[in-house]
Design a protein around this ligand. Structure first.
Ligand SMILES: [Fe+2]
Length: 222
């Protein structure tokens, strides 16, 4: 298949693009998380995992963002989308998080990671609101650009379930770890922190009527 001009430019881009391309070729986000392709991708992921700044593939922080903070961030996201604007990128609607909202959220992530792993993280100033909507919207398996920091921190701000609950699998975030593909459902308030440079991850396709809103922060080692 001939490459488009955009794809040609990507081919000469940063190394993470090549790593993402390789993982996505081995394990498609729609593949069985316990199947042969998953096993092969996990074996490759093992070679990357030793580089993780966290000393672990990821850390889950259930119910990290509680009320009324969650609602406050969701309200701020809607306000930012409306008043500042957003861009569409890879089936995501993205806006920059205001600086005064980044710091308190980063402190919550830092506390959680320190408690669970003993690793000290601070914000690198990067904060984004991301909204997924539209049947089939997804994010292919990829690794994050190093400019995002030593760790990626993700918290679910809002989730709307499928219109017809029994017509497909609800969307989930998948992580290709050395010990298997781990899946996380989009429960509001739940968070996960991972070194996205060395842990391939992606989102499975949304069902009809399903939407997911998340906040992503970039973190660095103290
Ligand atoms: Fe990512």
């Amino acid at each position: 298949m001939a490459m488009t001009e955009t794809e040609t430019k990507k081919e000469t881009g940063t190394p993470p693009y090549w790593v993402s391309r390789m993982f996505s070729d081995i394990y498609d986000i729609n593949d069985d998380p316990a199947g042969q392709h998953a096993l092969e991708a996990c074996a490759v992921s093992k070679m990357l995992e030793a580089n993780s700044s966290l000393g672990a593939p990821l850390v889950a922080l259930p119910n990290m963002l509680q009320e009324p903070c969650r609602t406050d961030y969701l309200t701020n996201m809607l306000s930012t989308f409306k008043n500042v604007g957003m861009v569409r990128h890879n089936e995501q609607y993205v806006a920059q998080m205001p600086e005064d909202y980044v710091a308190p959220l980063a402190a919550l992530f830092a506390d959680g990671v320190h408690r669970e792993l003993g690793v000290e993280l601070v914000s690198n100033g990067v904060g984004r609101y991301i909204h997924y909507r539209g049947t089939g919207a997804h994010h292919f398996i990829h690794v994050d650009n190093p400019s995002f920091g030593d760790a990626t921190a993700l918290v679910v701000l809002d989730y709307v379930p499928p219109t017809e609950p029994n017509t497909g699998s609800p969307t989930e975030t998948r992580f290709v770890t050395s010990s298997g593909v781990q899946s996380f459902r989009s429960e509001p308030g739940n968070a996960v922190v991972f070194d996205g440079r060395y842990l391939p991850h992606g989102r499975t396709p949304l069902c009809e009527g399903e939407t997911v809103t998340i906040a992503l922060l970039g973190m660095m080692r103290k």
